[in-house]
Design a protein around this ligand. Structure first.
Ligand SMILES: [Zn+2]
Ligand SMILES: [Zn+2]
Length: 357
């Protein structure tokens, strides 16, 4: 009855099977509740984990699946209890759109670690409907999982901050990696790694990019603003750099040895793992013990930290390196991302596609 009146049909780009091919798909948005906002999508970044989900690499994919969790848009409707946002405001949605709100993680502003978190897509809403992501004309999202885009931050620049940006910002804050002058290594220069360089520089750290080849050296130093570049295959230079770093942010999403990097850390140094590596990693304990080093992990960030990331990047004028593409290019963009052929994040101009027209 009344609920049917608010049902909205939208169009997105969905994968139908593990081939991951995306094509237009029309579906019904869940009904807007009192705490919900309806967001018309303007831009959505492409994250490496979109590929993982689309191709069912974790074995948990449900189709049709509209991916996309770096969503920037404008509020078009608000529920009766929404105080945080107004119609017409620019907002962002990241990797999660719900949590239990009562566990210790939720009560401690760490809802990203809630075991009942709801993923932005390939998950199920509280009302039983499937969640669908940002490669679509609109989304309905609980206001708690929506952040405000600061006015002086270009909208397309805001997109990568909602996953890649907060993924590096959160551990930097949590592990105290924000003291100017401290030395930070960034291992792997992809979407997350390049944000790591930018945000670490904005905190005033001395940043060394560590990469397997010197292919990205010039760009890392001259375009991204890193202070140093270390080729991990160059044994002599790695030896010279031993015990020189306070922190390393490890963004590599595939199996790799840890010893060469642990050896780069000073006493009390921390190696923070951000990439999802499904195989066991090996290291010998003296590399930790003889130097009181730690290996830690971190996963995206809380809603509070996501807002902080946006505000911080707006204030410090941190910009990401992006390639803006249309939805008609999305399958090609996905293929290029598989080959790591992007500097450094694709952002899809969803609004330009007029999906609902
Ligand atoms: Zn992501
Ligand atoms: Zn919880």
């Amino acid at each position: 009855m009344g609920s049917l009146e608010s049902e909205k049909t939208v169009t997105g780009y969905a994968a139908r099977d593990s081939s991951g091919h995306l094509s237009p798909y029309t579906y019904t948005l869940r009904n807007k509740g009192p705490e919900d906002v309806i967001v018309r999508v303007i831009y959505c970044g492409i994250c490496h984990s979109d590929l993982v989900q689309m191709h069912n690499e974790m074995g948990m994919s449900n189709y049709p699946m509209v991916p996309g969790h770096e969503v920037v848009g404008v509020v078009t409707e608000i529920g009766s209890e929404v105080k945080k946002f107004k119609v017409g405001e620019h907002v962002g949605v990241g990797c999660i759109v719900g949590s239990c709100r009562s566990c210790s993680n939720c009560n401690g502003s760490m809802e990203q670690y809630c075991s009942k978190r709801i993923w932005t897509y390939n998950d199920v809403n509280h009302d039983g409907t499937p969640t669908q992501g940002g490669f679509a004309s609109s989304m309905v999202v609980d206001q708690m999982f929506v952040v405000r885009i600061p006015e002086n931050l270009p909208l397309e620049q805001a997109a990568p901050l909602l996953c890649a940006g907060v993924t590096v910002y959160s551990p930097m804050k949590h592990f105290g990696m924000t003291e100017p002058g401290k030395k930070c290594g960034i291992l792997g220069l992809g979407g997350v790694g390049h944000m790591g360089v930018k945000i670490a520089k904005a905190f005033g750290l001395h940043v060394t990019v560590i990469s397997s080849s010197d292919k990205k050296k010039e760009e890392a130093l001259e375009v991204l603003g890193a202070d140093a570049y270390l080729v991990s295959k160059d044994a002599e230079k790695m030896q010279e750099a031993a015990e020189s770093l306070d922190y390393i942010m490890d963004t590599i999403p595939v199996a790799h040895p840890l010893e060469p990097y642990l050896a780069l850390l000073k006493t009390n140094g921390k190696l923070v793992m951000l990439g999802v590596v499904p195989e066991p990693l090996h290291f010998v304990t003296p590399l930790l013990i003889l130097g009181r080093r730690s290996i830690a992990g971190s996963f995206i960030g809380s809603m509070e930290e996501t807002q902080e990331t946006l505000d911080f990047c707006a204030e410090k004028k941190v910009s990401s390196m992006i390639e803006v593409v249309g939805l008609d290019y999305i399958n090609t963009a996905m293929e290029r991302l598989v080959k790591n052929d992007v500097r450094y994040r694709f952002v899809v101009d969803v609004a330009a596609s007029n999906l609902d027209k």
